[in-house]
Ligand binder design. Structure first.
Ligand code: TRP
Length: 339
């Protein structure tokens, strides 16, 4: 039986090539049909961080348009906005009653904030809002409200999925019914991470990213700044581990990647030549998508329409879980009172 896969995307910035290779592309491969592939914009998770209303609004559209331009097809998955599923927030309240506070103290996003505060000589709670503290509970609700079975996430989110599973186990045990479905996380393979311009992992926080949607000139500027060693064109080079080759290999066909590797290793292909090939590949892959992206961003009402249709399609599933759960915890007329 096909399992239900669900993953959330927190709209806190503009996605880059590393996000495409590491998260967007692998997730899209899982989009088989709308019953089994759920992708959503986790806007209320972002609210803990992005509190400028204009920016909060913008990032949700930026991220939705990015996924759509990268090929997300609403016909083969369910794509919606977290905040459109009100059942999630009722579920969060119920889960909070069954979640030991200590589990939140141990959650790494919160712990990282406390550690940063301590290093800076601030009080533990400085700048920590309750949304950050209870972040794993809302994430558990996102997952459990749709009886999700597989949750593809990056390494940093594994603990959160484990907490979701623990909360489900605890609630099921306490109410004496297996009303909640236990989720498992799924990690991307190592092949799905690429280096950035400076050779470290491509990441917004290292400021070493290549944009997904740009002009040829902008891509060229980025790619020419990729660090390489100083070997000349004719010298044999080590392809593997070099940022130029690794980024190329993540995007190219296996045969093209093998050809570049062979040319670099044999000598005769300079780093400049390899960069030119990478630029050509990015232009081929992303020029059309940049047009789609710009077009969607110029028509946010189209994005709204897609996300609203997605929410309308999945909401009955959330309602059905909540009906089962309300009954399981004893809310409503069907439970006999004890004397
Ligand atoms: N916390 C995830 C992140 O930071 C986003 C997210 C929110 C999520 N809810 C989720 C991921 C549910 C998987 C399942 O990227």
């Amino acid at each position: 039986m096909t399992k239900r896969v669900l993953t959330g995307i927190k709209p806190t910035g503009v996605p880059h090539l590393g996000n495409y290779v590491g998260a967007i592309r692998p997730a899209l491969r899982r989009a088989t049909d709308p019953e089994h592939a759920f992708f959503f914009i986790a806007d209320y998770h972002a609210l803990n961080q992005v509190q400028d209303p204009a920016l909060f609004n913008e990032y949700s559209y930026v991220v939705a348009a990015t996924w759509l331009a990268c090929g997300l097809d609403p016909a083969v998955c369910s794509f919606y906005r977290q905040s459109d599923i009100r059942e999630t927030f009722e579920l969060t309240t119920i889960l909070s009653a069954f979640t030991p506070k200590g589990w939140m103290n141990k959650a790494h996003a919160y712990k990282a904030a406390v550690d940063t505060n301590r290093e800076a000589g601030e009080s533990d709670d400085a700048g920590v809002n309750m949304g950050l503290f209870t972040y794993p509970m809302l994430m558990a609700a996102d997952i459990l409200v749709f009886r999700s079975e597989i949750v593809p996430v990056g390494k940093d989110q594994v603990q959160h999925v484990e907490i979701a599973r623990d909360i489900a186990l605890r609630l099921n045990r306490d109410v004496g019914t297996d009303v909640l479905t236990l989720p498992d996380y799924e990690l991307p393979s190592d092949a799905e991470a690429i280096p950035g311009l400076d050779g470290r992992k491509m990441s917004k926080s290292y400021n070493n990213t290549i944009p997904l949607f740009a002009t040829a000139k902008e891509w060229k500027k980025g790619i020419s700044s990729i660090k390489t060693d100083s070997s000349g064109r004719d010298e044999p080079k080590v392809a593997e581990g070099s940022a130029v080759y690794e980024i190329y290999a993540a995007l190219a066909t296996g045969a093209d990647a093998a050809a570049m590797k062979a040319s670099l290793e044999a000598g005769g292909m300079g780093w400049g030549d390899a960069k030119a090939e990478l630029l050509g590949l990015i232009e081929t892959e992303f020029t059309g998508r940049t047009e789609t992206y710009d077009d969607l961003m110029a028509h946010p009402e189209r994005i709204d329409e897609i996300l609203e249709a997605g929410a309308t399609r999945v909401r009955p599933l959330a309602e059905s879980l909540m009906e089962d759960l309300r009954r399981a915890i004893g809310r409503g007329g069907s439970v006999r009172r004890s004397r």
